[in-house]
Design a protein around this ligand. Structure first.
Ligand code: FES
Ligand code: FE2
Length: 349
């Protein structure tokens, strides 16, 4: 581990700003302004008359009211206090009570892009906000022909963003934290294969002829009690994680696997709170009518643990909150190094 990595702790880790992060699901953003604290800033999200997403700093520069408390006039947002209006570029366009409009009367406008059913935001240097850098969820099966996909729930959690990011990348915890629900106690024992490609990491674990766990049976609609399963954790550092589960029957291992793919957009709200935007795609039709609730209940087991870690971190302080890593943390440590590299890059001129 290098010095830089030592300073990066899940508890108070900063996030790279020159990145796309999920700001909202598409269906949440409309002609009614939506307020959300994102990446340490108050943001108002809305759509123009032609449906383009807009993201602005959500504070009127006049006397400081939230602009999201106001309303839209065409493509502009009007503050509900004294009626000042701002365009999609953040410039003030009207002061009803009169007088000149100073060029300083403006707010930050953030690049926003809609892709699949997410709205992505870039709060760093706008000149670097290349829409082609938005993580492609198509590679996970979203929007793919013959696949079925949908947004699942939005989970807010009181923990630094690095905690859920590492949690999703680390499948070794499912034998314990989710014992009985999605594992019958075997996953932690498995060897894993780690692959790296730029800012993407993949960790694969494969298990043959295992006892099927209840949620796996429900999700995949499998009969019988044994299956072959691969669990593939993907990280697109720093904003997206995926958990892909591929199953086949041990009686017919050459059959086309059934694939369930969870993705989670991880977006810091503040240094100690985070949003998880979850969505699911399957290579076969959805069969479990309670799937959204099941995913939520599963992830809540993680949320409880993350929030517990964060609380201890806050009370002990960063210095005393040391971490000792073990073999299965290889991917997490690699991920931290990538994050540290991105943060370092943003510091240098
Ligand atoms: S505070 Fe917004 S117009 Fe006065
Ligand atoms: Fe988990």
């Amino acid at each position: 581990m290098s010095e830089t990595d030592m300073t990066l702790k899940a508890g108070n880790a900063a996030w790279p700003v020159n990145q796309w992060y999920v700001a909202a699901y598409s269906h949440e953003v409309s002609r009614k302004p939506l307020h959300r604290w994102l990446l340490g800033k108050p943001v108002v999200l809305y759509r123009t008359e032609s449906g383009e997403p807009v993201a602005l700093f959500d504070r009127c520069p006049h006397r400081g009211l939230r602009l999201s408390a106001g309303s839209l006039v065409g493509n502009e947002i009007q503050c509900t206090y004294h009626g000042l209006r701002f365009g999609t570029d953040g410039r003030c366009t009207a002061i009803p009570s009169g007088g000149p409009i100073s060029p300083r009367m403006r707010i930050d406008s953030y690049p926003a892009v809609e892709s699949w059913r997410f709205i992505w935001i870039w709060t760093g240097d706008a000149a670097l906000a290349d829409p082609s850098l938005v993580p492609d969820v198509g590679v996970f099966g979203f929007g793919a022909k013959g696949w079925h996909d949908e947004p699942s729930g939005l989970l807010p959690l009181k923990a630094n963003w690095l905690l859920p990011f590492e949690n999703l990348l680390d499948a070794s915890h499912i034998s314990f934290l989710h014992h009985g629900l999605i594992d019958s106690g075997n996953v932690a024992l498995l060897p894993f294969v780690m692959q790296e490609n730029g800012a993407s990491l993949r960790v694969t674990r494969t298990i043959e002829n295992e006892q099927m766990s209840p949620l796996t049976a429900k999700t995949f609609g499998f009969r019988g009690d044994r299956l072959n399963r691969s669990i593939i954790a993907d990280a697109v550092v720093p904003s997206l994680c995926g958990i892909r589960v591929e199953v086949t029957s041990p009686d017919d291992p050459t059959s086309v696997p059934r694939i369930n793919q969870l993705i989670v957009g991880i977006t810091p709200e503040t240094l100690t709170t985070t949003y998880e935007f979850t969505a699911v795609a399957q290579s076969f039709p959805f069969e479990n009518p309670n799937r959204e609730e099941d995913v939520r209940n599963l992830l809540m087991e993680d949320v409880v643990a993350m929030e517990d870690i964060q609380q201890l971190f806050a009370r002990l302080g960063a210095e005393k909150s040391t971490e000792l890593s073990v073999q299965s943390d290889a991917a997490v440590m690699r991920m931290r190094r990538i994050v540290a590299g991105l943060l370092e890059q943003e510091k240098s001129p």
